[in-house]
Design a protein. Structure first.
Length: 494
């Protein structure tokens, strides 16, 4: 049935109902007359962009002819690949930035400032901050208020609304984003004083700290199920083998791999510095199994266009493995714990995680620690191998000894001589305490004997010299604090 063509007379005669109604116009494709229960009338254009349904509100007070003209222009832009809805939003934001007084304008100015920075200096979370502002701040009535007129109580009411609908953690995220924006604006406007103060957070950092670590049994289940889950499963295994964050591993690229090392560029790394990871043999074998798509640089991808998605794959992994109540970032904590179990020192373990070593050491110690990190990642892979392929009914227990570490199931470095699994494996990066201290003790004893012998010789020479000159010689009595002249009665001076 053909859509009825609207006329100016029919638009004026349409009466409101108890609910909002939209009436299509047969005279313009995608144009609708919107009638509110209050009787207010406006026009809107509905269209699809990149497969998604979109709506462009034209506003009220327009004539039917003007609305059709704007609808035709919007559809013309759509055919050229331009989203008319986004164009309208940008024009509105530009106008508010030109005025430069509203909260919406300041938020947009701050986000554009951060987005305009070079890739190596840009915030990794700038897209997340934009999403938070767009979703939870701009729809609020405060967005249209001048930022200098917004009071602390109004911001607390905004945070209360977010906490009620999204939870306290999201309220703190909105607070942190607003604090950044307000501080940024305060540096540029000497008349502005931020209404945000300490104590407005809804949670404490210690309350947000997680301690979840995968047990050996859980790690075994997750690893074995991940073996059959394609790119997402390989991504989870790669997380454990490299101790990286989920976004770093998910966005890993073939171009970042070179000579057995994976160099994460500073633009993608939290510390804003390139981070080189010497991949273990197990990690390199995992990469060798991944399919490569023409024109796609991502390693872990299902369609050759974008990295693996987290949510769907994680839910499926939990269902198949039976391991629940854990996050992908907990794999990083689990891997760090395994490094300690493998007797890797804290210094090397923290460098494997990319944590910065601060203080004066960071200024003077410029060693790359590549060999030590390579050894650590091999030990981590070996321990994971022992856990996953443990004997039936057996438990993975640490070996005895001060430097106990698991028997490596991967090929040891060429300079290492394999030892039977019943013996403690002494890594070349560590010293043998017993040998060290026994050797040091023997050397110290020899040095003490030599010093005492030389002392006796010096005293004998001095005594002989005094006797030749007629000077009385002295000797020490049984009491170390009493000395006697030779030939005197020892009891006479007591």
């Amino acid at each position: 049935m053909a859509t009825k063509r609207l006329t100016a007379l029919s638009v004026a005669s349409i009466q409101p109902k108890d609910h909002r109604i939209e009436i299509p116009d047969g005279g313009a494709r995608g144009l609708y007359l919107v009638v509110q229960p209050s009787g207010k009338k406006s026009f809107a254009v509905r269209y699809r962009h990149n497969g998604r349904p979109c709506k462009l509100t034209l506003g009220s007070g327009l004539s039917l002819a003007a609305a059709r003209e704007l609808a035709a222009k919007a559809l013309h832009d759509l055919e050229r690949g331009i989203d008319p809805g986004q164009t309208k939003k940008k024009e509105k934001a530009d106008a508010e930035i030109a005025a430069g007084t509203t909260l919406r304008a300041i938020c947009e100015s701050y986000l554009r400032y951060e987005e305009s920075k070079p890739a190596d200096r840009r915030l990794r979370t700038v897209s997340q901050r934009r999403a938070t502002v767009t979703r939870l701040v701009l729809p609020h009535k405060l967005a249209g208020r001048p930022i200098g007129e917004i009071r602390r109580g109004e911001l607390i009411a905004l945070l209360d609304d977010v906490e009620t609908t999204r939870g306290p953690r999201m309220a703190d995220e909105v607070l942190a984003t607003l604090r950044r924006i307000f501080d940024w604006h305060a540096l540029r406007d000497e008349s502005f004083r931020t209404p945000l103060i300490k104590g407005m957070a809804r949670t404490k950092p210690k309350e947000r700290q997680r301690s979840r670590v995968l047990s050996d049994a859980e790690l075994c289940k997750v690893w074995r199920v991940a073996d059959g889950m394609g790119p997402f499963g390989s991504f989870v295994q790669f997380l454990l083998l490299t101790c990286t964050r989920r976004s770093e591993a998910a966005h890993a690229r073939w171009s970042e791999m070179s000579n057995g090392d994976w160099t994460i560029p500073s633009a993608r790394y939290k510390s804003k510095h390139d981070h080189a990871i010497p991949l273990s043999g197990a990690a390199r074998a995992l990469l060798a199994k991944q399919p490569r798509f023409a024109g796609c640089d991502y390693i872990f991808t299902s369609d050759g266009q974008r990295p693996v998605a987290y949510s769907h794959g994680k839910r499926r992994l939990d269902e198949l493995s039976g391991v629940t109540n854990w996050r992908l970032h907990d794999a990083r904590r689990s891997a760090r714990t395994l490094l300690s179990r493998a007797a890797i020192t804290s210094d090397i373990s923290e460098r494997c995680l990319g944590h910065a070593v601060g203080g004066i050491r960071a200024v003077y110690d410029r060693h790359s620690f590549r060999a030590e990190m390579a050894h650590a990642f091999e030990a981590l892979a070996a321990l994971i191998e022992r856990i996953v392929n443990a004997p039936e009914g057996g438990n993975v227990v640490p070996l005895a000894g001060p430097f106990a570490r698991p028997w490596p199931l991967v090929d040891p470095p060429p300079h290492r001589k394999p030892l039977p699994p019943t013996q403690t494996l002494q890594p070349s990066l560590f010293i043998n305490e017993n040998k060290f201290f026994s050797a040091a003790g023997a050397a110290g004893a020899d040095q003490s004997a030599d010093a005492e012998r030389r002392g006796h010789q010096r005293r004998a020479q001095a005594r002989a010299g005094r006797e030749r000159q007629g000077t009385p010689a002295w000797r020490r009595a049984d009491d170390p604090g009493v000395w006697h002249r030779l030939g005197d009665d020892p009891g006479a001076c007591c």
